[in-house]
Design a protein around this ligand. Structure first.
Ligand code: PGA
Length: 219
């Protein structure tokens, strides 16, 4: 059976000293029985990569996004090839990327392909079944991890019910992550569902003690 996967999405929070402090506090409490992926802003990835190697190889790093282009004159872009030296996972198609940066389903599809080209595992955020079938049609040369993130639940403090998340997973036909207002109080109710393989955590991942409690609850 796959280890439970707990993903921290730091969004546009933390500078390098805050990030290193987080690693120091959380690192002491790490739970080796689960798979933990921390997704910081791009600029934090290389320095954290160095400190993870030195202090804590049981963490993996992920990115919050990737360019849809392989390489070229795309100012501000960060490619899968560049990321592959540092991370194993990439969050793709987050609803905040769609809402604030105009990302489309076609962009998401191209980003998934970029991930596959460089052996990165895409964690693809979806809020409905149409998106799942659209992305499932990407030529599969690797694993897609779907994260069900209902729009109303992201960043609202109002999670969906574990039963709804389980129902969504059943319809997808395989195990998925759940994301949206997960915290240490409710995380167990989600991962106890047979087809919820783990969680994607935003706000509650910013505090290392709270994130450690989440990881403890799912062990
Ligand atoms: P939240 O964010 O935990 O703050 O709701 C989840 C996410 O954006 O992935």
């Amino acid at each position: 059976m796959e280890k439970t996967l707990v993903v921290a999405n730091w969004k546009e929070y933390k500078n390098i000293s805050e990030a290193k402090r987080w690693v120091e506090v959380f690192g002491k409490r790490v739970n080796k029985g689960i798979n933990i992926v921390v997704c910081p802003s791009f600029v934090l990835i290389p320095p954290l990569h160095s400190s993870f190697i030195i202090h804590n190889s049981s963490f993996s790093l992920g990115a919050q996004d990737v360019s849809k282009f392989e390489e070229g004159p795309y100012t501000g872009g960060v490619s899968a090839r560049q990321l592959a030296d540092f991370v194993s996972y990439v969050i793709v198609g987050h609803s905040e990327r769609r809402r604030h940066f105009g990302e489309t389903d076609e962009d998401v599809r191209l980003k998934i392909e970029q991930c596959f080209g460089y052996e990165l595992t895409p964690i693809v955020c979806v809020s409905n079944l149409e998106q799942v079938s659209r992305y499932q049609s990407v030529k599969v040369s690797g694993e897609i991890i779907f994260a069900f993130e209902p729009l109303f639940a992201v960043g609202s403090g109002q999670p969906d019910t574990p039963e709804n998340a389980q129902d969504f997973a059943k319809k997808v036909g395989r195990q998925i992550l759940y994301g949206g207002s997960v915290n240490s109080e409710n995380v167990k109710s989600f991962v106890d569902q047979p087809d919820i393989r783990g969680v994607l955590v935003g706000q509650a991942s910013l505090d290392p003690a709270e994130f450690a409690r989440i990881c403890y609850e799912v062990r």
